[in-house]
Design a protein around this ligand. Structure first.
Ligand code: HEC
Length: 101
């Protein structure tokens, strides 16, 4: 009995960890499928260099969110908020590393 309890806690922890990782992965895929092509055409590289360019204007999480929405809206993508959040989380974790909002 006791071991089952411990086991389910471990399992639950694993699942929570997995689902968080999956969200970042989904953000990465969304970005690959929808965003890199245009960025690559305009700024070269593999389409992600724009996020680390020297003169980038994004200097906060709020600015990042604003820019993602601006780009997304210009494409007319009808994404639900959780997809946008995944994409922003992916960009922030991989390129921007903003700690606060
Ligand atoms: C039709 C072209 C186009 C598409 C498609 C596009 N973008 Fe952009 N994006 C731009 C341009 C142009 C800029 C530079 C804007 C500027 O310099 O102010 C930019 C800049 C950005 C930046 C800021 C880069 C920096 O300086 O740090 C982010 C973040 C971004 N885009 C996210 C996205 C995301 C996410 C998507 C996909 C949902 C996307 N973009 C799709 C054209 C595009």
């Amino acid at each position: 009995m006791r071991y089952q309890g411990i086991l389910s806690i471990l399992l639950l922890g694993g699942l929570v960890g997995l689902s968080q990782a999956a969200d970042i992965e989904r953000g990465r895929q969304l970005q690959m499928e929808n965003c890199v092509q245009c960025h690559a055409a305009m700024y070269g590289g593999d389409g992600t260099t724009i996020y680390v360019r020297e003169d980038r204007r994004i200097d906060s999480k709020a600015a990042l969110i604003k820019q993602v929405k601006r780009c997304k809206n210009s494409m007319g993508l009808p994404w639900p908020t959780d997809q946008i959040d995944d994409l922003i989380a992916y960009l922030n974790q991989t390129f921007y590393h903003f700690k606060k909002k």
